[in-house]
Design a protein around this ligand. Structure first.
Ligand SMILES: [Zn+2]
Length: 231
């Protein structure tokens, strides 16, 4: 809808701009005839009118063709929000992400205890975490992947995994560094137990997830909330 509206604005801009330019050309011819017949006053007015209408016409055409907002709408990127999270600069489309998640099933497609515990624990995740994911338009119940483990002495499960967002990775060091000469990259702590990071990697992107795709990694410490024991 907005694309059609933008197209109409562009077409009108070009048509009105072209009419003004033609009018400008007409004025200059009239002005020349006036000048040759000795009517210099009328010729001067004609010349000014010609100049003004050509200038307005040209700026109208270029103004609508190269308008930043219109260009963004036409390229489908009008809703991209640019934001910095710790060292990462990203662009994301909250509404498109939300929309994409409504079409996905709950869970990552795995029904093991570890994954079921994660989904159950989401219900009691802290408000800061829920708000953070809401801001991005991401549904916590629908990770693309989760994996978890726990040491014998540990109370909480350590979860890794990732979610996908309709967005772009603009800058910042990748959270996943090569084993050889890794750069030190810190996770962004949402709370003490919940951290996220961004990567240029893309794995297990759900089928039909809209482009552009951005991957957000998680590093969560989550209690065991299932009735059944971990081991
Ligand atoms: Zn699983």
């Amino acid at each position: 809808m907005r694309k059609i509206l933008s197209l109409i604005i562009i077409i009108f801009g070009i048509i009105i701009g072209a009419i003004l330019m033609l009018f400008g050309v007409y004025c200059i011819f009239v002005a020349i005839v006036d000048f040759l017949s000795g009517n210099t006053e009328r010729a001067a007015i004609g010349a000014v009118m010609s100049f003004v209408s050509v200038i307005i016409g040209v700026s109208l055409i270029f103004g609508t063709l190269f308008n930043k907002k219109i260009m963004k709408i036409m390229s489908g990127e009008e809703y991209l929000i640019e934001k910095t999270f710790a060292g990462w600069r990203i662009e994301f489309d909250r509404e498109a992400t939300r929309e994409a998640f409504t079409k996905l099933p709950v869970g990552s497609g795995c029904d093991c205890k570890t994954c079921r515990n994660f989904l159950k624990a989401v219900e009691s995740f802290p408000k800061e975490v829920v708000d953070f994911f809401n801001e991005l338009g991401v549904d916590l119940m629908k990770p693309s992947e989760t994996y978890g483990s726990r040491g014998i002495q540990d109370i909480n499960m350590q979860y890794g995994g990732w979610y996908h967002i309709v967005g772009k990775y603009l800058s910042g060091e990748d959270i996943w560094q090569p084993a050889k000469e890794p750069k030190p990259v810190k996770w962004l702590d949402i709370t003490d137990d919940f951290a996220i990071g961004f990567t240029r990697n893309k794995a297990l992107v759900p089928n039909g997830f809209p482009e552009p795709v951005l991957q957000m990694e998680i590093n969560f410490s989550v209690p065991w909330v299932l009735e059944e024991p971990y081991r």
